[in-house]
Design a protein around this ligand. Structure first.
Ligand SMILES: CC(C)=CCC/C(C)=C/CC/C(C)=C/CC/C(C)=C/COP(=O)(O)OP(=O)(O)O
Ligand SMILES: O=P(O)(O)OC[C@@H](O)CO
Ligand SMILES: [Mg+2]
Length: 241
């Protein structure tokens, strides 16, 4: 069976610790043309906030996945499509590679493994909360990114490599390095996508782009532009092919 994300160009990541732009609803977010919603953030995450957003989003036609940043942020609800669970390959503390996951398996008796998909993260913005939280080694170059991506696919069987620049627009070369290093594994890119052009640019290097802060800061019209940008990138011929 093909992966749920096989046809996704665009994901909106909703941070339950942030609000939507005044006057906008989750229905409006779903109407932007995005392919899926991921619900998660690093700071201020609680089960209650997570549950509130899950309950408000599952009514619409767009698939909804949670992306927990800690064991306490996992909620199980009718209508939820599944769980994307980060594994931070360049974390400074092994807790973010296997420790939290071991605790989750120990404490949660309701894990739906058929709907649970790991994401092999490379956290690359040293100023982000997630880099701080996981003590990530962000001082790596493109050949190390490529090597991590190769190891993720070939040794750890990861089906998603997530190049994460949360809060800032990243280096397309790093994203391309990950893409070039994998065969079947999908490359997600997230960080600083804010308009048609930035979505179009990263859309050429990643399989799927993730748009986070924009939905909270600028709103659904800006998000819709990024949907267009990545769609156009994916309908253009690949250079050199
Ligand atoms: C095993 C379970 C259930 C949980 C642990 C999962 C792990 C390893 C989480 C590590 C942190 C991580 C990669 C979280 C994913 C979500 C993410 C990157 C959100 C973006 O966060 P920021 O933008 O840095 O933070 P804020 O927007 O909250 O400031
Ligand atoms: O909030 P932004 O910068 O869009 O980043 C998206 C996402 O990769 C965060 O985990
Ligand atoms: Mg953020």
């Amino acid at each position: 069976m093909s992966a749920p994300w096989a046809t996704w160009d665009h994901i909106v990541k909703i941070d339950p610790d942030k609000t939507l732009v005044e006057g906008e609803t989750f229905e409006d977010v779903c109407a932007t043309g995005t392919d899926a919603l991921e619900i998660g953030g690093t700071t201020g995450m609680t089960e209650e906030k997570m549950a509130r957003v899950v309950e408000a989003t599952t009514a619409y036609d767009v698939p909804v996945y949670i992306e927990p940043s800690n064991v306490g942020a996992v909620v199980h609800r009718e209508g939820l499509d599944g769980y994307f669970v980060p594994i931070v390959l360049n974390a400074g503390d092994v807790f973010w590679v296997t420790g939290a996951h071991k605790e989750w398996a120990r404490l949660d008796s309701e894990i739906d493994w058929m709907a649970t998909f790991p994401e092999a993260y490379l956290v690359l913005n040293p100023d982000s909360s997630v880099a701080n939280y996981t003590e990530a080694d962000c001082d790596i170059d493109a050949d190390e990114v490529a090597a991590y991506a190769e190891v993720a696919e070939r040794m750890f069987g990861q089906r998603i490599v997530y190049v994460e620049y949360s809060g800032t627009f990243g280096d397309p070369e790093m994203v391309q390095a990950a893409t070039d290093a994998v065969e079947e594994t999908s490359v997600f890119y997230g960080g600083g996508i804010h308009d048609y052009e930035s979505a179009h640019q990263m859309g050429r290097h990643a399989d799927t782009i993730v748009v986070g802060d924009l939905v909270h800061d600028e709103g659904v019209d800006a998000v819709a532009e990024t949907v267009e940008g990545v769609a156009d990138a994916n309908s253009e011929p690949i250079e050199g092919a």
